[in-house]
Design a protein around this ligand. Structure first.
Ligand SMILES: Nc1ncnc2c1ncn2[C@@H]1O[C@H](COP(=O)(O)OP(=O)(O)OP(=O)(O)O)[C@@H](O)[C@H]1O
Ligand SMILES: [Mg+2]
Length: 415
C-alpha cells in the first residue's frame, strides 16, 4: 500500500534486529522491508530498497551509524534516519543530527516511542517531499505553527548554559501577561535542575510536572489547574520536578502531551529549556512554534549557535521558526554584533541590553525585573521581544514590518 511506512532496520546484534522487526510487525502501517548488520550493508540495501525510514544503531563495527547516515544523505536522500544509541550524550545527538539523522532514540525505549518516532519522521519527510514537488517553501505543519486549537508555544533555548534563558523566559512571560493581557504559562523544561521557581520565589514543595505525568498517563486528568502554580505577577508556572532523579520519568511523548494540554488553556506557553540537547529538549523544540535561541557575545556561544543552526536545518525547521536573541548585547567584550552575524551567516533578530543591577536585584528578591524595574531599558527590550513574538501571530505581515524597524533601531542604539 502506498501509505505504508517502509523501514530498514540496521543493528549489528542479530537479537536486536529480530526484536525490532517483531515489534514493528505489530503495526499495521509499518513494514520492515529488510535488515542490515552494518553501516556498509545499510548503504547497499538502502540504495536498492529505498526505505522511507532507516532505523540505525550508532555503535557498529565496520562502519558506525553516524558515518553511514552521512553517506545515506547523498546516496539515499529520500530515506530519513532514526538513530538509536545507548549513549544519551549531547555530543552523540549533535553529531547524529549534523550527519543528517532526523530523530534520536536512547535505548532502552518503549515500543510506543519507537513507532511514534518512525511515524513522525516519515510524516515530516513526506510533507517535505510534497512541498518540494509543489515548489513551495518549506514551512512547518499547521500543528507546529499553532494554527490549530489553542495558544502559541515559545521555547527559550540555547546550546550553551548561562546565557540568560531562564531570565528571559520568565520576564517575557510576565510582559505578555501584564502588558498584552494574555493567559500565559511558563513550563520549566529544565527537568533536572530547573530554576524558574527560584527566580519567582515559589514554594519548592508546590506541585510540579512530576505530579502531573502519572495522572496524565492514567488518563485521569480533568484540569491542569491543580498542577500549575499561580504567581503574583499574573503568570502561571508548571515547575520542574523537586529532585533531579525524577526527571527520568519525563519522556518525549509525555512532554508533547503536557505541552498540548497547556496550549489548549493558554494563549502563550513559554518553555525554559536546558542547554543539554537531549530527546526531551528535542520534543519541546519540535512542538514549539518559535524557538527563541539565546546567544551572548562570547566565542563559545557563537560557535554553538552555528552548530545549532545546522541541526535546526537538518530537522526541517523553517528559518522563521528559529529566532536569534542576543542577550547582554551591549557588553564590551571585544566582539561586535556585526562579527557575530558574519560568523553565523545570519542576522540577529532581537537584542536585550545588559543590566546587572536590575537583573540581580530582582533575582535576589525573587521578583521578575519586569515587575520591579518596569522602566529600565532591559524591561523595554523584553516588551519589544514580547510584542514581536505575540504580535507576529496576530498579524504576520504587519508584525514583520514593525519588527524590522524595531530591530534596526535597537541595533543602531548600541553599535
Ligand atoms: N540582560 C542581562 N543583564 C545582566 N545580567 C543578566 C542578563 N541576563 C541574564 N543575566 C544574568 O546572567 C546569569 C545567567 O542567567 P540565567 O540563569 O537566566 O541563564 P540560563 O541560560 O538560564 O542559565 P542556566 O544554564 O544556569 O540555566 C544570571 O546571573 C542572570 O542574572
Ligand atoms: Mg536556566
Amino acid at each position: 500500500m502506498a501509505d505504508q511506512i517502509r523501514v530498514l532496520v540496521v543493528d549489528d546484534i542479530p537479537e536486536t534486529r529480530d526484536h525490532l522487526t517483531k515489534l514493528l510487525g505489530f503495526e499495521s502501517d509499518i513494514d520492515v522491508i529488510g535488515s542490515a548488520a552494518s553501516g556498509r550493508e545499510a548503504i547497499q540495501m538502502a540504495g536498492k530498497l529505498h526505505p522511507d525510514v532507516v532505523l540505525m544503531d550508532i555503535n557498529m563495527p565496520d562502519m558506525d551509524g553516524i558515518t553511514a547516515t552521512e553517506q545515506l544523505s547523498t546516496t539515499a536522500p529520500g530515506s530519513a534516519v532514526v538513530m538509536m544509541s545507548v549513549q544519551g550524550e549531547a555530543d552523540y545527538l549533535r553529531r547524529s543530527m549534523l550527519a543528517g539523522a532526523r530523530e534520536f532514540l536512547v535505548k532502552p525505549f518503549s515500543s510506543d516511542e519507537l513507532t511514534a518516532s518512525i511515524r513522525q519522521v516519515s510524516l515530516r519527510e513526506r510533507e517535505k517531499q510534497s512541498r518540494i514537488r509543489a515548489g513551495a517553501p518549506v514551512t512547518p505543519s499547521a500543528s507546529a505553527t499553532g494554527d490549530g486549537d489553542g495558544g502559541q508555544i515559545v521555547a527559550v533555548f540555547s546550546p550553551k548554559g548561562g546565557v540568560g534563558r531562564t531570565t528571559v523566559a520568565v520576564n517575557l512571560a510576565v510582559a505578555v501577561a501584564k502588558e498584552l493581557g494574555k493567559r500565559v504559562v511558563v513550563m520549566d523544561g529544565s527537568f533536572q535542575f530547573g530554576d524558574v521557581g527560584v527566580l519567582l520565589n515559589l514554594n519548592p514543595k508546590s506541585n510540579s510536572i512530576a505530579d502531573l505525568i502519572p495522572v496524565l498517563e492514567a488518563g485521569e486528568i480533568d484540569s491542569i489547574d491543580t498542577f500549575v502554580v499561580d504567581h503574583s505577577s499574573g503568570i502561571r508556572v508548571l515547575l520542574a520536578p523537586p529532585s533531579p532523579e525524577m526527571a527520568e520519568m519525563i519522556t518525549p511523548a509525555a512532554v508533547k502531551q503536557v505541552l498540548e494540554i497547556l496550549r489548549r488553556s493558554h494563549d502563550l506557553v513559554v518553555v525554559d529549556c536546558t542547554a543539554f540537547f537531549n530527546d526531551t529538549t528535542l520534543a519541546i523544540l519540535d512542538a514549539a512554534d518559535v524557538i527563541l535561541t539565546m546567544l551572548s557575545l562570547e566565542i563559545t556561544s557563537i560557535k554553538n549557535i552555528r552548530l545549532f543552526l545546522e541541526v535546526a536545518e537538518q530537522l526541517g525547521y523553517e528559518s522563521g521558526k528559529v529566532r536569534l536573541v542576543l542577550n547582554r548585547a551591549d557588553s564590551t567584550l571585544g566582539i561586535r554584533v556585526a562579527d557575530v552575524e558574519h560568523s553565523i551567516g545570519r542576522k540577529v533578530d532581537e537584542t536585550i541590553v545588559s543590566d546587572g543591577r536590575s537583573v540581580v536585584y530582582a533575582l535576589n528578591r525573587g521578583i521578575p525585573f519586569f515587575v520591579s524595574n518596569r522602566e529600565a531599558q532591559v524591561s523595554q527590550d523584553i516588551l519589544r521581544l514580547a510584542r514581536s513574538v505575540v504580535g507576529e501571530r496576530a498579524g504576520a505581515a504587519a508584525g514583520a514590518d514593525s519588527r524590522k524597524s524595531a530591530q534596526k533601531k535597537s541595533l543602531f542604539a548600541w553599535r
